[in-house]
Design a protein around this ligand. Structure first.
Ligand code: F0G
Length: 453
């Protein structure tokens, strides 16, 4: 962050040693101990009356009928809990947030959980939850006069960053692992005009390169180590509580990759409790893919004391991350809320994704770890049938059509060690049916489908 920043009304606290600094004097990590930073809340100079719980609820509700861009945004609508941008700066908004909360009927039958919901963050403008954080961090980048923004990404952060940079008149540099992200996500950052580099390494390698670049160039980093990103991502929790009339569900389940999202959700609930908006915290549980499970191993093998990095491998490419930056923040959220951490197999992810699809909702593979994880947490007795559960679906079904097509054609696990286990997917597979040009051919197909249904 630049030495010229005027953001003295925002303070950052180190999550390790607790040192508090003004944004203007901070980098992205603590100068004393190297840990990540978080925005201090309430912000200095905040008007205590403006933070009255009843007043906040009323103001946020009222803004839903406003025509102003900053009120139509489901993020800036909650601006009292965001770092102040200042009246003279307009936020960069594409009307992010305001995402639907769906009941999962099939999911409920499959898990036995009677109150099961999906908060669908894939319904954001670029199709993932990243937009809620990007609108805030990109707005601060522009306010600070940056011409360039950059990120390392598994595809969604880059798509989102490229869009917000374009809307804000900034240039963007994207570093993605070569060959390991979905074409849908790659095509987004191309269309939004980013300089897109497919680097011959994995996500963790892209992060290392980005760190090297920012040492040499005045480029603003928009990965989730940026504390402003997480401030924006907090708002999904505020919005969710509004949808639940401020009565928290018993459980919230999120996928874990770089672990920014779980941290942001937890921070939001802590702040809501401090503000008197809620009286208790939901348990926030984090699910990882078995092949990209650094948090699971960090807890099981090291008691959370030190990070166990892994060589990540999963078809849920969004969470193919072996060294998550925000692991300490996520651990704290697990502790504070009493959530669990679990891992799921590739086949379990594929099945859960098809089940969310069959509920008429759909999501990308990484989001489906939530349902797969819930099944395990129910079996273990951690989640009870009479408790309410919200799955955070982080990305849209159309983000990764390749995965979906291969699944339905039965090719997804061909030639992999999972081929045998994948036989159980057959009842959910709906391969496209190629037919002759005739009414009879289609009718026969219809009748055979009727017999099976
Ligand atoms: N789900 C989706 C669809 C994602 O794209 C990501 C992360 C996650 C879950 C995990 O969230 O990192 O906050 O724990 N994607 C990043 C990216 C890393 O570059 O798009 P997290």
């Amino acid at each position: 962050m630049p030495a010229t920043s005027q953001l003295d009304d925002t303070l950052l606290r180190c999550i390790g040693c607790g040192a508090v600094t003004a944004v203007a004097e901070s980098g992205l990590t603590c100068e004393k101990c190297g840990n990540l930073l978080e925005v201090v809340f309430p912000h200095p100079g905040a008007d205590a009356q403006a933070l009255n719980a009843d007043r906040l609820k009323a103001v946020w509700r009222e803004r839903r009928t406003s025509q102003l861009p900053q009120d139509q945004s489901g993020v800036w609508r909650f601006r009292e809990v965001l770092p102040p941008l200042g009246k003279e700066h307009a936020p960069i908004t594409i009307r992010e947030g305001n995402t639907p909360l769906y009941e999962l009927f099939l999911g409920s039958r499959l898990t036995g959980v009677r109150q099961l919901y999906a908060k669908h963050q894939g319904m954001n403008p670029t199709g993932s939850f990243k937009d809620t954080g990007m609108t805030v961090a990109a707005s601060f980048a522009r306010k600070d006069g940056f011409r360039w923004v950059a990120c390392a990404s598994t595809g969604n952060t880059s798509a989102s960053m490229a869009a917000y940079a374009a809307r804000g008149g900034m240039h963007s540099l994207v570093l993605i692992p070569d060959g390991k992200i979905s074409w849908g996500k790659l095509s987004q950052s191309l269309d939004y005009g980013a300089v897109t580099c497919q680097v011959k390494t994995d996500f963790d390698g892209c992060m290392r390169i980005l760190n090297g670049i920012v040492q040499r160039k005045p480029i603003y980093v928009l990965n989730s180590i940026n504390p402003f990103r997480l401030e924006g991502q907090k708002t999904v929790a505020f919005e969710l509580m509004e949808q639940f009339d401020w009565q928290p569900p018993d459980h919230i389940i999120v996928p874990g990759g770089n672990l920014g999202n779980s941290s942001a959700l937890g921070k939001a609930f802590q702040e809501m409790k401090e503000l008197g908006l809620v009286t208790r915290l939901p348990k926030i549980s984090i699910i990882q893919a078995e092949g990209a499970n650094p948090l699971v191993r960090t807890i099981r093998e090291k008691g959370g004391k030190e990070l166990v990095s892994v060589q990540a491998e999963t078809m849920a490419t969004a969470i193919r991350i072996g060294s998550p930056a925000s692991w300490k923040k996520a651990l704290r959220i697990l502790e504070v809320t009493g959530g669990a951490v679990e891992q799921v197999t590739e086949v379990e992810i594929a099945l859960a994704k098809a089940e969310i699809g069959a509920d008429g909702i759909g999501c990308e593979p990484a989001s489906a770890v939530t349902l797969a994880g819930l099944k395990k947490l129910v079996k273990q007795g951690f989640v009870k049938a009479n408790e309410s559960v919200v799955l955070v679906l982080t990305g849209h079904l159309l983000k990764d059509p390749d995965f979906t097509l291969k699944f339905h054609r039965g090719d997804l696990f061909q030639g992999t060690p999972y081929q045998k286990e994948a036989a159980m997917l057959a009842p959910r597979q709906r391969a496209p049916i190629v037919l002759e040009d005739s009414v009879d051919a289609v009718l026969q197909t219809l009748e055979s489908a009727e017999r099976q249904s």
